[in-house]
Design a protein around this ligand. Sequence first.
Ligand code: SF4
Length: 350
Amino acid sequence: MPGLSHNERTLVILDRFDRPLRSLRVSVTDRCNLRCQYCMPEPDYAWLPRQSILDFEEIAVLVDAFASLGVDRVRLTGGEPLLRRDLTELVAQLAARPAVRDLALTTNGVLLASQAHGLRAAGLHRITVSLDTLDRERFQQIARFDELPAVLRGIDVAAAAGFASLKIDTVVIRHRNDDELSALLDFGKRYGAEVRFIEYMDVGGATKWSRDAVVSRREMLARLSEIYGSIEPVGGRDSAPAERFRLPDGTTFGIIASTTEPFCAACDRSRLTADGLWLLCLYARGGLDLRHPLREGATREELAHLISTVWSMRADRGAEERLGAPAREVLIPVAALKRNAHLEMHTRGG
Ligand code: SF4
């Protein structure tokens, strides 16, 4: 049996704010087949060198090292993860690890129709599809490719593929798609998919971000209350980024209020880029290079030691610090992004 059994996972490490290391987002590629305005608005990008991209065996070794320290939730991300060739092989490898209790994937959905059943068969538990609008012309304006029909097909196929959960993530931007909240909720309901509205975030790569374009959690709830009546919170959030709510008809949805009401205090997430840089926070300027020690022959135990040493010193609370910034503008200028692809949201896996 590959990986670690539950019994082998005895160590729990805490950072400087007593936050455990539980959840790992693994980017499998920095490439994407869309160019969403809130993530990749620039005309061209610097990409990670191909030879630096971790192969599946390398990713599996790192996941085992993380799992030995308590990570039991793994989410595959990108860029667009479905662009990575033979991704089902990685899914099958990770799904076979008992320590990985929850294996999920976030996709833009463009290639999902042809891959959903294969991913499910390989053992993927849950899937989240990004969908910002139901209007084809608007989709093209936001994502700059005419791919809404493909995404909708992908959601249709995924809904029938038998995943434990299907979610839809919507980045809400003023004057772009903020008039579609209820249409998206109705759409999600048809597919048994919970919709999560995400506040527009000023992360690296969001070079068109402005405070005025943010629709806050508070405003979303006020608008939805006007349409649906009273909305009640659903408890049990734990460390999940989304706060969940229930409409009077029982429909549940989430809001991820990273911009106006961040939740760093409970954050147990970290990110691994496709070339093996481990980032302790979405806003972190740098990270721990795990590719070099891995390729130089470090054992799983040695990698775990490195990881636990760094996590125990973690004091990141990027979104909360941004909230306190006096003049909140674009986080990282374009010139700096061009010099360092690791600062980009599409490299660090959103
Ligand atoms: S900003 Fe950083 S510390 Fe805060 S929730 Fe996001 S990843 Fe976690």
